[in-house]
Design a protein around this ligand. Structure first.
Ligand code: NAD
Ligand code: UD1
Length: 337
């Protein structure tokens, strides 16, 4: 079976390429490298000892994307390609709508024309907005608070409409909680451009001395210690969920939606402590005002993925921190080293 991985040079995509290749799948990667480095794919080849084609193509370029489908016969697509920075999406909404929505519309039209009907799509727990209770189940009401989240919700709607109109499609929507960590080899990991927005890359850069201090966004939330609680998931576990989705759902027309999380919620301060323990480094922090748009707590009920995809998270917080640190200390400047 051959899979096209859009956005395969990125953080989650590169880890998924490793799991697909190790699982015996053939792959090709399409990425315009707007938020990634080609070196990630060289490392994927090193880790797996396998090779594959890479297409430096923008999904906004319809003809070039169509050519990729003419060049190789794919059985399924895993669609990671998209822009993902919440703050930037508020400043540049048109960029986000154009890239994420138009890119996906092009991809879906090209898939249909070329007879490829299996797709796994990267959605996010952000589509639950501020959940009414916890843990979050897939049938909770959906809403968003920023353009990035809106692109995810709109694409989910587009995929549902597409299946209604053409029931040859098999659509699996994976709603990720908070992916962190890295491959155990320390060769691939998250390589944010500039100052990280997300908690774990920020903590990692404080631990290695690239950033002076972590700002903890609020300590008056109604949570165990007042700081925000999230469901952190090891990126390798998340990647395996994609392999399971392809394995179980390809050729099964329908729309399937799954939470991909561990079901455990950890606070910001718990994450700081766990990371200090794993790295042996101090992570200095200061309490700051809440970040606008943040919710107090968010964690998954991931039982549907367990029942239907035969998937559960295998790694705990210790391994997430260990592997995140291993990547950071071996590559203090990411792929630029
Ligand atoms: P990433 O930025 O590392 O990877 C995305 C990749 O898509 C990048 O390599 C980028 O160059 C590529 N890309 C973007 N626009 C493109 C276009 N028009 N054409 C071709 N390639 C394009 O991000 P990631 O963390 O690996 O996330 C992958 C997907 O998962 C994204 O869709 C993201 O929104 C979603 N997601 C991520 C998280 C998270 O915390 N990382 C959480 C929920 C959902
Ligand atoms: C953020 C996005 C979300 C996106 C997800 C994955 C926002 C509002 N939400 O989620 O839409 O799907 O990333 O990309 O940006 N924190 C600090 N200090 C920091 C950074 C974070 O205290 O420097 C806290 C946050 O307040 C939060 C927790 O750490 O409580 C996790 O934050 P983050 O890693 O940014 O993820 P989310 O906010 O869950």
């Amino acid at each position: 079976m051959k899979i096209l991985v859009t956005g395969g040079a990125g953080f989650i995509g590169s880890h998924t390429c490793v799991e697909l290749l190790n699982g015996g799948y053939e792959i090709a990667v399409l990425d315009n490298l707007c938020n990634s480095n080609i070196k990630s794919l060289e490392r994927v080849k090193e880790i797996t000892g396998k090779t594959f084609n890479f297409y430096n193509v923008d999904l906004l370029d319809y003809e070039a994307t169509d050519k990729v489908f003419k060049n190789e016969k794919f059985d399924a697509v895993i669609h990671f390609a998209g822009l993902k920075a919440v703050g930037e999406s508020v400043e540049k909404p048109l960029l986000y709508y154009h890239n994420n929505i138009t890119g996906t519309l092009n991809l879906l039209d090209i898939m249909r024309k070329n007879g490829v009907f299996n797709i796994v799509f990267s959605s996010s727990a952000t589509v639950y907005g501020s959940p009414k209770s916890l843990p979050i189940k897939e049938d909770f009401p959906l809403s968003t608070t920023n353009p990035y989240g809106s692109t995810k919700l709109m694409i989910e709607g587009i995929l549902n409409d597409l299946y209604k109109a053409d029931n040859r499609f098999s659509v699996t929507i994976l709603r990720y909680f908070n992916p962190i960590g890295a491959h155990e080899s320390g060769k691939i990991g998250e390589d944010p451009k500039g100052i990280p927005n997300n908690l774990m890359p920020y903590i990692q850069q404080v631990a290695i001395g690239k950033l002076p201090i972590l700002s903890v966004f609020g300590n008056k939330y109604p949570t165990k210690d007042g700081t925000g609680v999230r469901d952190y998931i090891h990126v390798v576990d998340l990647s395996v969920a994609h392999v399971k989705a392809v394995e179980k759902k390809s050729g099964q027309p329908g729309v399937y939606v799954y939470n991909v999380g561990t079901g455990n919620g950890y606070s910001v301060l718990e994450m700081v402590k766990a990371f200090e323990k794993a790295s042996g480094k101090e992570v200095k922090y200061k309490i700051c005002p809440n970040r606008p748009g943040d919710i107090a707590a968010c964690y998954a009920d991931a039982s549907k993925a367990e029942e239907e995809l035969d998937w559960t998270a295998k790694f705990g917080l210790e391994e997430m921190c260990r592997d995140g640190w291993n990547w950071q200390k071996n590559n203090p400047n990411g792929y630029e080293d």
